[in-house]
Design a protein around this ligand. Structure first.
Ligand code: SF4
Ligand code: SF4
Length: 382
């Protein structure tokens, strides 16, 4: 089927052998295309030029403090959930230069930034991660203080979302209302289906740009059978969630229990390594560091990701406000699930499960909250 563009909401089928056309269409429009690929036995985000760059036939097994890739042999491109990378590495990079200055005589002169805004296409964003991008959009692009670096990186994006047909051991997007199906914020969304006879993708057009890009790919109209198959596959992911979280009254639950003994318990297990904040798609703490070269003639100010688990992060004039592990863990969890709601109007958690998988101690946010809720119920009943 060839058309100059497709309408928003149209559903089209692309067979596996034509998937490369989509990547070519994006590269031909000067997008740098990033997607999932296998590196160091994990599925990470990197540049993708061809279909064979994808994690073909790989799946992941995830649990608290456990991540393992396994070969399935079924040739699927997207048969896994989220890995250690998040898309924030492109929009809110871990390390970014704020300015550079060169010494001229006795004075420093700020060097002009000659780089042009990037044009980036993101392939394979899951529904939970799409919600995380919207949460960071809210933080960095709305209100009185806008982040110029984020705005610049977010300006020319193309988003191809992937609906999950499998969920992982740490996933609880259903509880957080963010997945497993992408419903907004994408240019195109796809669901991958492999049956006895075919390997195809059902695409949904989400924007004008998405319709234009898809018009450069060989497509067919989607039939009722294919739509039903996709619906069934997404329902399968809904029924497989590895975790669940009761979010009723969660803000009040955490505010009312700031001195609960469970915070001491979790502090005895937490290593304050900050892994949970590094892998979280919504965490946005940063620090500013200044550098000079050995001659002292070049100065550079950088912004780097920081974590509320470090002692220095809460250092104010002579001491750290949150000096204990208990205070730091409580701050992180309470911010995510309670004060974030007061601050930004949504939860700070999208239920991706990364903090559960990548915590070396196997600390599980859903378990910590469940335990506080359970003991409160017990004490109320008594
Ligand atoms: S909760 Fe886990 S990942 Fe987070 S700081 Fe503590 S030990 Fe590290
Ligand atoms: S708190 Fe954990 S589960 Fe929630 S978004 Fe962050 S990494 Fe994902």
């Amino acid at each position: 089927m060839t058309k100059s563009s497709f309408q928003i909401g149209e559903l089209l089928i692309v067979e596996l052998e034509h998937f490369q056309q989509l990547l070519d269409a994006l590269w031909n429009r000067d997008f740098a295309v990033y997607g999932p690929t296998v590196k160091d036995m994990a599925i990470v985000h990197d540049e993708v030029k061809a279909v064979y760059d994808f994690p073909i036939g790989w799946t992941d097994e995830q649990e608290a403090a456990h991540y393992q890739l396994k070969k399935t042999g079924n040739g699927a491109l997207f048969n896994y959930v989220v890995g250690p990378h998040t898309w924030k590495k492109y929009l809110f990079p871990p390390k970014v230069s704020l300015w550079e200055a060169k010494k001229e005589g006795a004075l420093f002169e700020i060097l002009p930034d000659k780089s042009s805004p990037p044009k980036m296409a993101f392939i394979g964003i899951r529904a939970c991660d799409l919600s995380a991008i919207m949460i960071q959009d809210n933080i960095f692009t709305k209100g009185d203080y806008k982040d110029s670096i984020y705005l610049r990186n977010r300006k020319n994006n193309f988003i191809l979302a992937v609906n999950c047909t499998k969920s992982g051991g740490g996933c609880f997007c259903i509880s957080m209302g963010t997945g497993p199906k992408a419903t907004k914020g994408f240019d195109l969304a796809l669901t991958e289906i492999i049956d006895d006879k075919r390997h195809y993708f059902l695409f949904e057009v989400g924007s004008e740009l998405g319709g234009e890009i898809l018009s450069q790919v060989t497509t067919q109209a989607a039939g009722e059978t294919e739509k039903q198959t996709v619906e069934k596959a997404i329902n399968q992911a809904k029924n497989q969630m590895g975790r669940a979280l009761d979010t009723r009254g969660i803000k009040e639950l955490l505010y009312d229990n700031s001195e609960h003994p469970r915070w001491d318990d979790v502090a005895s297990r937490c290593l304050t390594c900050g892994n949970c904040t590094m892998v979280c798609p919504t965490c946005f703490c940063s620090n500013i560091e200044d550098y000079t070269d050995l001659t002292g003639k070049l100065a550079n100010r950088q912004r780097r990701w920081d974590s509320c688990f470090t002692l220095e992060h809460s250092y104010i004039h002579g001491g750290s406000v949150r000096s204990s592990v208990k205070a730091r863990y409580r701050q992180w969890l309470t911010h995510k699930f309670a004060s974030w709601i007061d601050q930004f109007g949504t939860s700070g958690c999208v239920g991706c499960g990364r903090c559960i998988t990548w915590c070396p101690s196997g600390i599980d946010v859903t378990e910590e909250i469940k335990e506080i809720r359970r003991s409160v119920k017990v004490s109320t009943a008594v």
